[in-house]
Structures are given as C-alpha cells and as structure tokens.
Design a protein around this ligand. Structure first.
Ligand code: ADP
Ligand code: MG
Length: 694
C-alpha cells in the first residue's frame, strides 16, 4: 500500500515551498522537518503581542512593542563598524532605530525622513536612550493589517529566523488538503475539536496565550491525532498477534488447588485476580499477549507458576524465561518444592548445560517428561523443542525485545505469552508502551513486609557508614553494597567494585563476596549462594543483583553514587532488603554537591516505597524518553502530544483504536479509510505494514 495521492502536496520536498532552498532545507532538517507535513506539526511554543499602541512612553523596558512613528533624521555610523541610527517619534516619545552592518541607501529608501511607518520590535534603554535594534517588522501604515496582533513564536535552530519559519509554515498550510475525519464523531463533538485542517490553521495562528495551551481545542486535537495513530499501531499489532491459536488452554484447576492448599499463606487478592485474568485469557482461543506488572515483592513468581500449572493441567507445557543465570537458578529453586507438591516435572536449561546432560534435558522436554522449564536465553537455541508448549512466561521484560518475545512464543504453535515486569511504569506510559498487550496489575503486596528506612548520606561520611556497617554485621545482619554505574562501561564499574571490595575487606575483616557482570556464571552463582547461605556477610556488587534476587536475611542496602541511578532502579535495588522480619535500612550515598533536582529525586526515595509513585515522580522529573531510555522505549517521537500531561487522552485513544478495529479489522469502512490516511500522514509505517499483512 502506498501513500494516498491526496497527501502528495505535503509530502513533497521542503524546497517546493517558496523561499526555501537546499540550504534552509538542511537547517529545517535539524528540527526533524523534511516535508511540509512535518512543518504543519511544528507548532508555535510562544507568541509575541504585536498590538499597535500609541507610544512607548510609560512602558517598562525592555519590551517588545509596536508603534506608528514618523521618521526623522538619519545618522550614519561615525566610524566603520558602528551603528546606523534613525531618529523616530511616536505620538508621545522619541527614540532610535538602530542598525548594524546596514546598507545606507537601502535604509534611506525603506525609511525616508518625513514618512510614517509602523515598527515592531524589542525596545530597550541604552545609555538612557530608548532604542529599537533591528526592528522585527517595518510596515507602511496602510499595510498594518498584515501584522497579526499576536505573532506565533516557533522553536528555531541556529541560522533559522522566526520570519523564515512563519513564511514556510504559511506555504505548508496553503498545501494542506481537506481530509476526511478519522476521529469518532461523538468524541469530536464532545471535546469541541475542529477538523484537522482547521485545527492546523488555528494552532498556527494563536489569538493569544490561551491558544498555546496544550488543552486549546486545536492543539489538543492535533495531539490526539498522534496518540490515536500510536494506539492504532499498537491495536493493529495486538489484533494481529491475537489471531486464533486454534485451541484453548483450559485447565481443570486440580494442580493449582493442590499447590495453593500447600502454601503457608493465602494468595493476595491481586494475585488471585491476576491468575483468574490470565487463565481466562489462556482459555480463549485467541493468543494471549499479556503483561503482568507488579512492584518488587508483589509475588509475581507465584502468579506465573499457577498460570503455568493451568497449561500443564490442559496437557501442555510451559516455560519461564529469566534474564540472567542467577535469576533462572533462583526461580528453579523457588519452584522446585511447589512442582514436587503438584507432582510434575520441572527442569532448568541454561547456557551452562553441555553434553549428555543437556541432551537428556532436551529429550525430556521434547517427549513431555518435563512439564515446566525454567531457563535463560539458551532457550532460543534451535534444538530446544517442546512437545506441546502452551505458555511462555518472560520475566523482567525490559531486557528482552518484542522480537524475542515472539520467537519464544513460536516454539509452541502460537503459545500464549505472559511478560512479567517489576519496573513500575506509570500508567500513562504503560499505555503508550504496552498498548499492544493486555495488562494485569499486582497492586497489592503480601502482608508482613517491614518498611525500609531510607537515608541520604554524603560520601564524605563514608567512615561513619562503615562503622555502622561493622556494628550491624556484628549483630549477625547481612548487607549489600552496590557500586556506582560508571557510564555504560562494565569494565570501569568493575574496577570501582573491586577497589571498594578491597577497601571494605580491609576495614571490616569479615567474609565479603563480590559479584559483577563479567564474572563467569558459575562463580557468580557461587558468590550468590555463599551470600544466601550466610557464608559471606556482605556482598559487593555492580547492578547484577538488581532484579529478582532474594536473600531474606539481608537487611542493609548501601548504594554508592545513588544520584547516578534511575529512581526505578534504586527502587528495585532497595527491594532486595525488607524481605525478612528484621528492620531494614537503605543508605543512599551521594557525591556532594547534590543539585536541586538530584536531591528532589533522592528525597522521593525517602518518602515512599510505592514503586508506582516513584515511577510517576521519576517521569515528572526526567521526562518520558529518559525514563525508559529513548532508544529502548520504542515510543515514536510525538511532536505535539505530551505523555506526561495527556495520559487521559492516551486512554481515550486506546479505547477508540481498539473499538474501531473490532468493528473494522481491515480499516475499510469510511472512517477506517480516514484512519489509514492518518497513519500515512504521521508516517506510522509499522502500522501500514500491519494493515498490508492483515
Ligand atoms: P516479585 O517477583 O513480584 O518481586 P516474588 O514472587 O519474588 O515477588 O515474591 C516475593 C516474596 O513474597 C517471595 O518470598 C514469595 O514467596 C512471597 N509471597 C508471594 N506471594 C505471597 C503471599 N500471597 N503471601 C505472602 N508471601 C507471598
Ligand atoms: Mg521476581
């Protein structure tokens, strides 16, 4: 499918616009503007009041003013490089127009003495004399109406002027077609939004500051267009991935009941709800693509296991994939007694399995003796085959891409997919990011966790921290010490960790472990196992302990260079303690001086242990792209919409997009056709390909 003809005029090269040559086009490209269509969505961020006033007298300077003046005496520069001055007078005051590097004849022609002109520009005092340097506008009085009372101000780049942008935008608007409406009519009416073409014209011609606000109808409509196009893309992906899988995985609940009865605690309400949502989804013959989101310690593993049991009850298999060897082993250890209770085959497969042992595991899997497999990336090897894979669970989604998600699912005939993440993404972003998935949320933690006391400590007080640690370790407690991330470089981070390890060893004289990303897996596991068993009292680590690892006796978490971590990451790290009965402490060490924002961020960590709140605040302080890492976020660049403040619109867009597709899966109705236009307009190529294959 290719771009509809009606869009051609605004998808021409930028140089079709009057006054734009290759050189200006290159400047625009720096702003991400390569076609008139992009220019249309390059909205003003401010405006200048250009209303004509009688005089500059009495107005606090500097100020941008528009007045009618009578041109007086010209005063050419006294010397090379000095200013050319023109004396002018408005109704009540005299001031100077000032020009540098000007051609005198041109000024005499444009501003002949004795004539009247409207001049508009910034007036300031220089040596006590009011002057306007290089007026923005000079007009004959009879052309006054050419000057808008409120002139838009656009974001620029070096070399580009407001005037150039305004002219280019006007050229682009001349080419903007009338398009059929893709927004649901009742929504459009309810919100009082103009049609697309009118919205563009209004957004580029604000009548005053209120028209620049994100909720001005014209701007809001254009923002909605972006959100709607994005949600359409996600909804298309969702409906394509949720094809009928040809079977329903419906367990009888027997294994689940047995395991639940054997647990020393009841499920939380949220866990029960999530299991119900997941198993209901598996029981339909549409393919599941679901996200299980829950803060650290919310009990996701158990939810995953119970869901996997439903697959086993239905005669199939399930796989749980972890991002690291340590986590895979830990999951396997956690699940072993539960699998024994259920009387089913549980196995683990990682990159460390070799030779005949590996072959045995593969044949157990292929022949169905293993019902549930836990593993790492090693699961992707082509000789790993299942007898009947029904459910693939992926832990800690943010380490895997969408493609890998799908690859794993492909190991079964359209196996259902459940992705678990402990990264509490604000709801607004969850929608933008995971809108192609259905979401189950564990918003309730198991009872009995003790709150963690969090303190901010300057690294200048390191000695006190070590004294504190010495006492605590003496009392039989265990602690983590997390070393700062140094850029992206694992090697430098490692050196830092080794140094810290040596120094703490010197100072504390207790067995201390060290884990980092470059340690061979066997040694990493050994170090973790030593710590879990209490053979080491302190564990120095780079962030490899970030996800999932569970050592209940550890009750102190020291994080060095805390200001260098993302809040969600700090939250994850802190979640490693407070798992047992003991009172836990988290010390956030920072290198002074701490900037205002950095301090505000760390203060949030002290105020709350609510991962969602932390994520919301992190988003507020850092912005959406940053929170997820722009490249990995997979979010398109929104030119107008703002995820932070327009999350309500995002939800409306999601509902609207899903509803449209439910009734018109191939976008062939008139509104569906209009929606296609929108996807072309906003260059959602991925969505367009999805329609093609649909
Ligand atoms: P998550 O993976 O969501 O961070 P886990 O699945 O590791 O959390 O669970 C954290 C701890 O809580 C585990 O020790 C687990 O056994 C325990 N747990 C899980 N569900 C419950 C529950 N309903 N009541 C009490 N403890 C629970
Ligand atoms: Mg976990």
């Amino acid at each position: 499918m290719s771009r509809p003809d009606i869009l051609f005029p605004i998808f021409a090269e930028l140089t079709v616009l009057n006054g734009i040559g290759p050189k200006l086009a290159r400047l625009f490209a720096r702003l991400g503007i390569e076609r008139p269509a992009h220019l249309l969505l390059h909205l003003p961020t401010g405006g200048t009041d250009r209303r004509l006033r009688p005089t500059i007298r009495g107005i606090p300077l500097p100020a941008t003013l528009t007045v009618e003046v009578e041109i007086g005496r010209h005063q050419p520069p006294a010397a090379q490089g000095r200013a050319y001055r023109i004396h002018v007078r408005d109704a009540e005051a005299e001031f100077l127009l000032v020009f540098f590097h000007a051609a005198p004849e041109q000024l005499r022609r444009k501003l002949p003495a004795g004539s009247r002109r409207i001049v508009s520009g910034r007036v300031e005092l220089f040596d006590g004399i009011a002057q306007m340097v290089h007026p923005d506008h000079i007009l004959r009085p009879d052309a006054a109406q050419a000057l808008p009372e409120f002139e838009p101000v656009y974001p620029l780049t070096q070399g580009l002027t407001q005037r150039t942008v305004i002219r280019a935008v006007s050229g682009a608007l001349d080419r903007a077609p009338q398009l059929p409406e893709w927004i649901e009519p009742s929504l459009l009416a309810r919100r009082g939004w103009p049609d697309w073409n009118t919205a563009l014209r209004k957004a580029h011609a604000p009548a005053g500051p209120p028209d620049l606000a994100p909720d001005a109808p014209a701007r809001e409509r254009l923002a909605y267009d972006e959100l709607f196009a994005h949600q359409l893309t996600l909804a298309l992906a969702r409906s394509r991935s949720r094809r009928a899988k040809g079977f329903a995985t419906k367990g009888d609940g027997s294994l689940r009941d047995r395991v639940i009865a054997a647990l020393p605690f009841p499920l939380t309400g949220a866990q029960a709800r999530a299991v119900a949502e997941i198993t209901a989804d598996m029981a339909s013959d549409l393919r599941m693509n679901r996200l299980l989101q829950g803060d650290v310690g919310a009990g996701k593993t158990l939810v995953a296991f119970l869901s996997m049991l439903a697959a086993v009850e239905a005669g199939g298999q399930a796989v749980l994939m972890a991002p690291t060897e340590i986590l895979a082993r830990q999951h396997h250890a956690t699940l072993r007694p539960l699998a024994a209770e259920a009387g089913i085959g549980l196995d683990i497969l990682t990159g460390r399995d070799k030779g005949t042992e590996r072959l045995r595991k593969l044949s157990d899997l292929a022949e169905g003796r293993t019902s549930i497999l836990v593993g790492t990336h090693a699961l992707f090897q082509p000789d790993v085959t299942f007898r009947d894979l029904r459910l693939a669970v992926i832990d800690e989604q943010h380490r895997f891409g969408v493609r890998q998600r799908m690859e794993l699912g492909a190991k079964g005939r359209f196996a259902d997919i459940l992705v678990m993440t402990a990264t509490p993404i604000p709801r607004s972003l969850a929608l933008a990011h995971y809108g192609d998935m259905d979401i189950s949320i564990l918003d309730e933690k198991p009872p009995g966790r003790t709150p963690v006391t969090t303190a901010l400590v300057s690294s200048q007080r390191l000695d006190e921290v070590i004294d504190h640690l010495r006492r605590a370790l003496g009392e039989g407690r265990q602690a983590y010490w997390v070393c700062p991330l140094v850029g992206e470089s694992e090697a430098i981070s490692l050196t830092a960790a080794e140094k810290r390890h040596a120094a703490l060893d010197q100072a504390l004289r207790v067995p201390i472990g060290l884990v980092h990303g470059q340690l061979p897996p066997a040694e990493k596991d050994a170090a973790m196992a030593d710590f879990a068993a209490g053979r080491t009292r302190l564990l120095v680590a780079t962030t490899v302990i970030e996800v999932g690892v569970d050592v209940p006796n550890a009750s102190i978490m020291v994080i060095e260079g805390a200001e260098k971590f993302g809040l969600s990451q700090l939250h994850q790290l802190r979640g490693r303690v407070g798992r047992g009965a003991a009172r836990s402490t988290c010390l956030l060490l920072y290198d002074p001086p701490l900037g205002e924002t950095a301090r505000a961020r760390l203060e949030i960590m002290r105020e709350t242990e609510d991962g969602f709140r932390i994520a919301e605040e992190d988003l507020r302080l850092r912005g959406a792209g940053d929170l997820l890492g722009v490249q990995q976020s997979g979010l398109p660049r929104f030119r107008i919409a703002d995820l932070e403040t327009q999350s309500d619109l995002m939800r409306v867009a999601q509902d609207d997009a899903r509803l449209l597709l439910a009734g018109d899966p191939h976008l062939t109705s008139p509104r569906g056709e209009a929606a296609r236009l929108l996807l072309f307009l906003l260059e959602r190529d991925k969505a367009i390909r999805l329609i093609d294959v649909g």
